[in-house]
Design a protein around this ligand. Structure first.
Ligand code: ADE
Length: 228
């Protein structure tokens, strides 16, 4: 999978995109991520990329022209992969779920657009954006961290990204339930014990216990997941 990211703050994304599972998946050639600096397409001597909103109001708006120019330069590269979706990260969009992340892994190439300041010119959204994604019902300072979140959610699902193939499939949410509690050594720590069943060696009891925990935790912490 190839992902191109358009951003006014490439430095903000460098670390999340170069460590852990995403970093390893990039080194292994499982995911090919390219970050494009919107500022390079800014207008005039000062490489302007934002301006005041028409009609007034607080905050600056990313201008259409640098966004179009940057996107056109991304699309004009020599990759033989066709762009499947142009995704704008914004809080006023459907919220990312495990199911929508799973569906996106079937795509070969995505362009992510990370807005900053108040937002981006609506004409760019209307003309070229094919999908909009929020990472939750709260407002962040820009789309850079949400773009990193989306890349991480996708990278871990790609074949070969996680050594234990089962691990991504057994993540919380993968079948609509939260995960069971996890423990590691020592068995007793400051008077707190690991549940006996996990040390019993009885795989069937362990499986049943985990299943019960997953249902109980989901009902208590995220009952909305059971309604869906
Ligand atoms: N940009 C700012 N807040 C965001 C959010 N919650 N999701 C996606 N993009 C955003």
């Amino acid at each position: 999978m190839r992902i191109d990211i358009i951003t006014a703050l490439p430095e903000l994304m460098a670390s999340p995109l170069s460590h852990s599972i995403v970093g390893r998946a990039r080194s292994a050639g499982i995911i090919d991520v390219h970050v494009h600096d919107l500022r390079a397409f800014g207008l005039g001597r000062y490489r302007q990329i934002d301006d005041e909103p028409y009609g007034g109001g607080a905050g600056m708006v990313l201008m259409a022209e640098p966004l179009f120019d940057c996107l056109e330069s991304v699309m004009a590269d020599d990759s033989d992969l066709q762009v499947d979706e142009i995704i704008y990260l914004t809080p006023d969009a459907p919220v990312l779920t495990q199911a929508s992340a799973n569906a996106l892994t079937l795509r070969s190439r995505l362009v992510l657009v990370a807005g900053h300041y108040k937002g981006i010119d609506q004409r760019f959204r209307d003309a070229v954006v094919t999908m909009e994604v929020s990472i939750g019902d709260y407002v962040l300072s820009g789309g850079e961290l949400p773009a990193c979140v989306l890349v991480d959610a996708l990278a871990r699902l790609l074949p070969g990204a996680i050594s234990d193939a089962e691990s991504a499939l057994t993540d919380s949410f993968q079948d609509g339930l939260l995960d069971a509690p996890l423990y590691t050594r020592p068995a007793s720590f400051r008077g707190m014990e690991v549940p006996d069943v996990l040390r019993s060696g009885n795989h069937e009891s362990i499986r049943a216990w985990r299943e019960r925990m997953r249902e109980e935790r989901t009902r208590r912490i995220r009952p909305d997941l059971l309604e869906d």
